[in-house]
Design a protein around this ligand. Structure first.
Ligand code: FES
Ligand code: FES
Length: 167
């Protein structure tokens, strides 16, 4: 891409949490910056900015994606969900409530990314704690040690926590 192409602006239309958003944006604008700075939804966090930590995870047309390594224009026409779409009227989802009750967060920086990864899958596909661990292996947490996060997920999804629940 030439510098001229990079400074180009493009019309973008997306649905974010059920609301249509139209903006003219730089071709190089990251989706994470679009969500946070253009739309004002700051629940999506930006950590590594290189696609490693998962803090910036949002859902695009049903799939969890890294918004820090996706251009806003790449999701033109898509249905985007962010963590702000989970609780309604101040009422937490069962997963959010379980994170709270199981102390599955400390600083909370990573939490939105975990929640959106979880929101993007069918719980019926996860019957063992090890599968939950594998699912969440792309989301990094520097505080909790992961055990309470897995415990929270298993409690909501009815996964037998033989090994980890006994720890
Ligand atoms: S901020 Fe996007 S993966 Fe780390
Ligand atoms: S709770 Fe602090 S990074 Fe996960």
């Amino acid at each position: 891409m030439t510098s001229d192409q990079g400074s180009r602006e493009i019309d973008l239309t997306v649905t974010i949490n059920g609301m249509e958003v139209r903006r003219r944006v730089p071709a190089r604008l990251l989706l994470s910056d679009f969500i946070r700075d253009e739309v004002g939804l700051t629940g999506t966090h930006v950590g590594c900015e290189h696609g490693y930590c998962g803090a910036c995870t949002v859902i695009a047309d049903g799939d969890a994606i890294r918004s820090c390594s996706t251009l806003a224009v790449q999701v033109d026409g898509s249905d985007i969900r962010t963590v702000e779409d989970l609780a309604s009227d101040g009422e937490l989802t069962p997963m959010q409530q379980a994170f709270h009750e199981n102390h599955a967060m400390q600083c909370g920086f990573c939490t939105a990314g975990f929640l959106m990864t979880l929101e993007s899958v069918d719980p019926d596909d996860y019957r063992e704690p090890e599968q939950v661990v594998e699912l969440l292996s792309g989301n990094l947490c520097r505080c909790t040690g992961y055990q309470n996060i897995v415990k929270a997920v298993c409690s909501v999804w009815g996964v037998e926590g033989r090994r980890r629940d006994s720890q």
